[in-house]
Ligand binder design. Structure first.
Ligand code: LMR
Length: 333
């Protein structure tokens, strides 16, 4: 009897247990986000899932939960830290509890266009910000574009004073709150998933978002006017939890990073196109009037929001603000 136990034990001990488990059980990465599948981020998540399945099938499995079905804005970052989800791509506005530096992306009228944002993200200062939350266990893997934000309301906003007295749904961000305060408007932070109902019920009368987010959440159907302000950027940081990430075997992690680079390239090239297509769809619906701004009108908005820069530059860091301003000058490339 004892001999039999010893034989079984010897057999068990000689098995490369770690390997057997690692080989057999795929690593599951749960990717949760708050937007629809047919948006730049939604498409990026699905492409990541597909490429991982093709190249690392059997080793890594990606589960995608769109539209706040697993976690929403209010709890997704906590869930990431608690290891309840492995990948998120929150808008850069949503990290201000974790680092003040990323508020750079919310400063109104800082970046001329998405090209300028792209240049900033690729340069040293921009890349450095991917590591700005490592002390909180959050690792930035890539920047993904959505696009430039437009301002919508139940009345046409031509001049900054037109926003006075209205309530706007915003992403929870100190800079965005200050931006609307500067216009004499009220900012109401709320999760993305609640924006449609709040606009429909009249709890808020306006909002700001990209064409693809406005269209995919049908926000345009409850907003009679959208002013083409292009006043700020709504981009994402693909993030993971450092414990989860560094527990993945090095070789697999390197392959995942290569896939992420490929997906990032695709998302960042397709985002602007998607936004322009959705702008066109909103316009063609005939239900929402698009309000263009002349260069002089746009300058008036820009000037009205300058105090927000002064308020937030000290906490963001003057060096970061300067590095971002430089990218607008195309000739400096
Ligand atoms: C929003 O809350 O408006 C956006 O951040 C949603 C998103 O993830 O694009």
């Amino acid at each position: 009897m004892i001999k039999k136990y010893i034989a079984v034990l010897a057999c068990v001990l000689s098995l490369p247990i770690g390997h057997a488990v690692a080989d057999e059980a795929p690593i599951t990465l749960r990717f949760s986000h708050v937007v629809a599948d047919d948006t730049p981020k939604g498409q990026g998540a699905l492409m990541f899932q597909k490429l991982v399945q093709e190249r690392l099938g059997g080793q890594v499995k990606v589960e995608v939960y769109p539209n706040s079905t697993l976690f929403g804005d209010a709890d997704e970052l906590q869930a990431l830290q608690d290891g309840k989800v492995d990948l998120l791509a929150p808008s850069l506005a949503k990290f201000d509890q974790y680092t003040k530096q990323l508020q750079i992306f919310d400063l109104p009228f800082l970046f001329d266009d998405l090209e300028a944002v792209n240049r900033f993200q690729k340069r040293a200062k921009g890349r450095q910000l991917l590591r700005s939350m490592e002390d909180k266990g959050i690792v930035g893997l890539a920047y993904w574009h959505n696009g430039m934000k437009q301002m919508s309301a139940n009345r046409a906003l031509h001049a900054p004073a037109d926003a006075r007295g209205l309530s706007f749904r915003i992403q929870a961000s100190g800079v965005l709150e200050a931006q609307f305060a500067q216009l004499g408007a009220k900012a109401v932070p709320m999760p993305f998933a609640e924006a449609f109902a709040a606009l429909q019920s009249g709890k808020v009368q306006g909002t700001e978002n990209t064409w693809s987010n406005l269209y995919s959440q049908k926000l345009n159907t409850v907003q009679p006017f959208i002013t083409e302000t292009n006043h700020g950027v709504l981009d994402y940081m693909l993030v993971t939890n450092s414990r989860t990430w560094y527990a993945i075997p090095h070789k697999t992690r390197t392959e995942l990073e290569a896939i992420i680079d490929e997906v990032t390239f695709a998302v960042n090239h397709a985002a602007e196109q998607q936004n322009q297509a959705d702008r066109q769809r909103i316009q063609s619906s005939g239900k929402t009037q698009l309000v263009p701004l002349s260069p002089e009108e746009r300058q008036a908005w820009r000037t009205a929001m300058q105090p927000v820069w002064e308020q937030f530059t000290p906490e963001i860091g003057a060096d970061i603000v300067k590095a971002a301003q430089i990218v607008n000058r195309k000739q400096s490339q």
